[in-house]
Ligand binder design. Structure first.
Ligand code: PNS
Length: 172
C-alpha cells in the first residue's frame, strides 16, 4: 500500500509524538517513520520544561528536528507546555504516539496513558515498538557516550550529531 492513509480514501488523521528530544535519536526517528505509516500527519511536540536541565535549549532541539524532517511535509515540529491532552485538542490531534523500547518503559508509559485517558477520554494513546537495533538507545545515553568521546553517528540524525559536536567544541 503506497501513500498516506488519507490518500487511500480515509479521513485525515493527526497524531502528536511528544517528548523532551534532548536530542532526537534514531530511535525517535524509527517511531516517527512507523507513525507516518498509520497517520497522515505526525506533530513532533517538544515539551517546554523548565524543571529538567537539558543539554540543548528548546530552540536548538526544534532546529535539529526541523533540519532532520525538512523534506517530510507530513511531519510538523512544535513546542508545548501544560497538559499534553490539552495541546492535542488545540492542534486537532486525536492520538498520542509513544515508543516502547522495553518492558522497563512500560510501567511509566502505562500510567501516563491512563492518566491522559482520564484527563481526556477522546485522545487515544498508541504505543509503537522501534526496531530491535534501537531498543537500547536513549537521549541520555547518547549524551553520555558522546561526552566521553565515543562516536554517535549511528545513534542520532546528522543534525543532532553536528550540534553535539558544536556544543562540545564551544565549551571551555
Ligand atoms: O521524552 P519524555 O521526557 O519521556 O516525554 C515525557 C512527556 C513530554 C511525554 C510527558 O512529560 C508529558 O506529556 N508532559 C506534559 C505534561 C502532562 O500532560 N502531564 C500529564 C501526563 S500523564
Amino acid at each position: 500500500m503506497k501513500g498516506s492513509p488519507a490518500s487511500r480514501g480515509h479521513r485525515r488523521s493527526r497524531a502528536v509524538y511528544p517528548g523532551s528530544f534532548d536530542p532526537i535519536t534514531n530511535g525517535h526517528v524509527d517511531i516517527i517513520e512507523r507513525g507516518l505509516k498509520v497517520f497522515d500527519e505526525v506533530i513532533i511536540a517538544v515539551l517546554r520544561n523548565a524543571e529538567k536541565r537539558p543539554l540543548f535549549s528548546v530552540d536548538e532541539r526544534v532546529a535539529i528536528i526541523r533540519e532532520t524532517y525538512r523534506r517530510s511535509p507530513r511531519v510538523k515540529v512544535d513546542t508545548f507546555s501544560g497538559l499534553l491532552v490539552d495541546y492535542a485538542v488545540k492542534v486537532k490531534a486525536t492520538v498520542i504516539v509513544r515508543g516502547l523500547r522495553a518492558i522497563s518503559d512500560f510501567e511509566f508509559e502505562f500510567q501516563m496513558a491512563l492518566m491522559n485517558r482520564r484527563l481526556n477520554p477522546k485522545i487515544e494513546t498508541v504505543f509503537m515498538m522501534p526496531a530491535e537495533r534501537y531498543s537500547y538507545i536513549s537521549s541520555r545515553l547518547v549524551k553520555e557516550v558522546f561526552e566521553l568521546g565515543a562516536p554517535v553517528t549511528d545513534l542520532v540524525p546528522p543534525a543532532a550529531e553536528r550540534l553535539l559536536r558544536e556544543k562540545k567544541a564551544g565549551r571551555p
